[in-house]
Design a protein around this ligand. Sequence first.
Ligand code: 5AD
Length: 345
Amino acid sequence: MKSLVDILETTNSLDGDQLAALLTTRDIDVVDYLHRRARTVAQMHYGTGIYVRGLIELTNICRNDCLYCGIRRSNTHVERYSLTVDQVMACCEHGYRLGFRTFVLQGGEWGDERAAWIADIVAEMRHRWPDCAITLSLGEHSREVYALWRDSGADRYLLRHETHNAAHYAQLHPAEMSRGHRLQCLRWLQELGYQVGTGIMVGSPWQTVDHLVEDLQFIASFRPAMVGLGPFIAQHDTPLGGHPNGTIDMTTRLYSIVRLMLPGALIPSTTALATLAPEGRLQGILAGANVVMPNLSPGEIRAQYALYDGKAHSGSEAAEGLRQLEAQLATIGYHIDWSRGDCRF
Ligand code: 5AD
């Protein structure tokens, strides 16, 4: 079994059965070896520096109704908000002083009538912080809207495909959404010159090992600059609120496999992983992740951006907790790398 890890490291690929074997093996020595090789490869590309991205949760207003998500439009228990331009700029100002050189504007999906408003925000950020990377994570839009935002100064775009399997996609999303359109959006973003991030929820309801293999094969062929993988965590006001959460074990195996498939990729150790266990963040890094995304949103709105139950938004998860994050990283021999952190392939 360990030889599968070696083949994956030297060829950056495995066939479906071999991937399934690594995802399901109960041999903890093999899993440990997988993680060790993945973190060695991450260190070959990025050393022991971990990039940080300042996450700004722009709005929890969303036109979509994804069955797993706490800010889905039919959840009436959420108090909806949208930050003002001044609030966004204040977040960036604060973040820049803390040392951040990447800002991520994340939010629910709005209709294109707000596209110009977003473009103005991006242009203002580009003007005021020319040395910073601007990442958007705002869902599915037309090619024209993505082009407008790119022209306004956005560099990167995060849009998880959630699951590559069409039938599974249909189980997790309402009928008006489709996997085909999600993939179309990802192709547009890549054509427009964004550094694109995609990824999935790990352990989402009805997910099988075959689905995960399909996701890995898609990731290998699409070659995203960033791969965001976090465990599914039930949100009690959603239709999937009764399903079990994903696991740290499966999530970190996927970090390691993705690291060995795409050695130079940017892989965040996600907030959802940190939500499952206090040590989750570090376990992700020890499995080959090299990015963390502390929350820069104004304190008073964070609880309203509840994609899932118990979402971590304070301590080392928050921008104010940077010293704590630095101290945690030091315990495993890592440190924060304050540079923009562009992809190395
Ligand atoms: N558990 C974990 N991740 C979730 N997301 C949305 N809802 C949940 C949930 N219940 C993730 C999706 C989305 C990202 C912004 O948050 O993968 O792409």
